[in-house]
Design a protein around this ligand. Structure first.
Ligand SMILES: NC(=O)C1=CN([C@@H]2O[C@H](COP(=O)(O)OP(=O)(O)OC[C@H]3O[C@@H](n4cnc5c(N)ncnc54)[C@H](OP(=O)(O)O)[C@@H]3O)[C@@H](O)[C@H]2O)C=CC1
Ligand SMILES: O=C1O[C@H](COP(=O)(O)O)[C@@H](O)[C@H](O)[C@H]1O
Length: 510
């Protein structure tokens, strides 16, 4: 039985030696995230001995050039710094395979090379294929793997696939991709990555809820007034991101996957066990219970979309969304979204979950806040200032990972006066070490065959169902809800404040 709470040692012991094949190996994701993650696992002694890495892409690069290119970026981004000796040893396990994604000969060559590596290693044919290409190549890569017989496990070994985001652009394309994936790999061997699930703080949500006796009795509509999930980013479309982002938008890029996944961890029922399907069965019930905003009127009432106009962040002038590199000057794509999610379940009846994401907000921060109900207003009415506010439990996903609880306290002195105070837990001071990058945990889990922190087919499709109604109202209906504006460096459009204001609530300041 798998267990998302096990410590790193157990994960390492369970991860198998294997060959990791990365499609799109000359690209940004591999350079900035995947190789540094594998390197850091090696530094920490977590990478199973015998792991080999094959980079697959079309540039005519040699093994040496590929390794040098990876090392250059690793020096800049590795969380544990760059040790030339460890790198040199690690780099011996890396090689490059040059091929177009659509070239069947390239896959035949890959199959031969993988067989040779298995013999060199003297081990089983364990293969982990990581599809880190642009999404338009996902089908080609999966079908070509099948064409070369690489989807089938070799005797005594395994063959798994990790598929990067975006997993489709709507429900229909996600269903199609799921058909292609399931026609090539078994569902148990399919790992749909959502890197937010690999964040230490996201994993801690279940621990907080189910390994402490004090929260769960309050975790329902009797005590919780509402929940907020915020993902703020201060950057915009740097590094050529505008081309991809302008076709996607905040709702598809972040809400459909990362933020709804966080929501599901906050809202799910306790699973009956900690197996991958035990946890994912409960998460999918949350997705299924989301009330659908299936008319333009409901979307107008419960969702706000916005674009930034030029402004200042940290004293620097930044362009408006439509002036960004590779963004259509007449773009109708949202760089900000705030959506109210209602879960029609016994536990959460009447409790709104407000989810927001925006580019070019004042800073980078992601947090979940649980806002509890006010105490009955009978005892402290006569006290000057009254009760300062309700309890708020804040789960800081990043940065300064941790958890704080806001409560009311008496100010020292003869008179009864109250002030809010915070009990605050910081990962950095409590554990004295930096948290591993999400990709480290997720790669190790895939090597260990543990899919708990990966999205299952039905979760992905249910999340798209919710998002599709909103996208249709925005882009296809006769009375499209309006696009709003906000100044870059502010906390988003006033319409998002008004959405909560209408219900007597306000966004938490991060
Ligand atoms: N970058 C990031 O931080 C993140 C990326 N992702 C996802 O990861 C995926 C990859 O992103 P990213 O690395 O940024 O993309 P890049 O554009 O940087 O890299 C794309 C890679 O695919 C290769 N490629 C493109 N066309 C072909 C072809 N016809 N045959 C063989 N190789 C080809 C490119 O090779 P060449 O160099 O020759 O063009 C390159 O190696 C995307 O799905 C993205 O959404 C997800 C989360 C974060
Ligand atoms: O998937 C994505 O995530 C990043 C944010 O990831 P984080 O781990 O840095 O919080 C986001 O900037 C990007 O637009 C999106 O595609």
């Amino acid at each position: 039985m798998s267990n998302p709470f096990r410590d790193d040692l157990v994960a390492r012991l369970r991860a198998d030696a294997c060959t990791v094949v990365i499609f799109g190996a000359t690209g940004d994701l591999n350079h900035r995230k995947l190789i540094p993650a594998l390197y850091n696992l090696a530094v920490d002694g977590e990478l199973p001995p015998g792991v080999r890495i094959v980079g697959f892409a079309r540039r005519d690069w040699s093994n040496e050039f590929f390794r040098e290119s990876l090392e250059k970026i690793n020096k800049e981004v590795s969380r544990s710094g760059h040790d030339p000796e460890v790198w040199a040893k690690f780099a011996e396990s890396i090689e490059y395979h040059c091929s177009e994604f659509t070239d069947q000969e390239g896959y035949k060559g890959l199959a031969e090379r993988l067989d040779a590596i298995d013999s060199e290693r003297g081990g089983k044919g364990n293969r982990l294929f990581y599809v880190a290409s642009a999404p338009e190549f996902f089908d080609d890569i999966l079908e070509s793997l099948k064409g070369a017989g690489l989807n089938e496990a070799k005797e005594g070994g395994w063959s798994r696939v990790i598929v990067e985001k975006p997993f489709g652009t709507d429900l229909a394309t996600a269903q199609h991709l799921n058909e292609v994936v399931n026609a090539t790999f078994q569902e148990k061997d399919t790992y749909r990555i959502d890197h937010y699930l690999g964040k230490e703080t996201a994993q801690n949500i279940m621990v907080l809820r189910f390994a402490n006796a004090i929260f769960e009795p309050l975790w329902n509509s009797s005590y919780v007034d509402h929940v907020q999930i915020t993902c703020a980013e201060h950057f915009g479309m740097e590094g050529g991101r505008g081309g991809y982002y302008d076709k996607s938008g905040a709702l598809r890029d972040m809400v459909q996957n990362h933020l709804l996944q966080l929501l599901s961890l906050v809202a799910m029922e306790p699973p009956t066990d900690l197996s991958a399907d035990g946890v994912r069965d409960e998460k999918v019930k949350v997705f299924r219970s989301m009330r659908q905003w299936d008319t333009p009127e409901k979307v107008a009432e419960n969702v706000v979309r916005g674009q930034y106009v030029k402004g200042y962040i940290n004293g620097e002038e930044v362009p408006g969304y439509r002036e960004e590199d590779r963004v259509n000057p007449e773009s109708e794509t949202e760089a900000y979204v705030a959506v109210k999610v209602m879960l029609d379940t016994w536990r959460w009846s009447g409790v709104p979950f407000y989810v927001r994401m925006g580019k070019r907000l004042p800073k980078k921060a992601t947090e979940i806040s649980i806002h509890f109900k006010d105490v009955p207003g009978v005892l402290f009415n006569a006290v000057p200032g009254g009760v300062p506010g309700a309890n708020v439990l804040v789960i800081r996903i990043q940065p300064d990972e941790g958890i704080s609880l806001r409560m009311n306290s008496k100010l020292p002195g003869a008179a009864v006066r109250m002030e809010p105070v915070k009990m605050d837990f910081h990962y950095s001071s409590s554990f004295g070490k930096s948290s591993p990058e999400a990709y480290e945990r997720l790669l190790l889990d895939a090597m260990a065959g543990d899919a708990t922190l990966f999205a299952r087919r039905d979760e992905v499709e249910e999340a798209w169902r919710f998002v599709d109604h909103i996208e249709r109202a925005w882009h296809e209906s006769d009375n499209k809800p309006p696009m709003t504006e906000f100044t870059a460096g502010s906390w988003g459009p006033k319409e998002a404040d008004e959405m909560l204001g209408r219900e007597g609530r306000e966004w938490r300041r991060l």
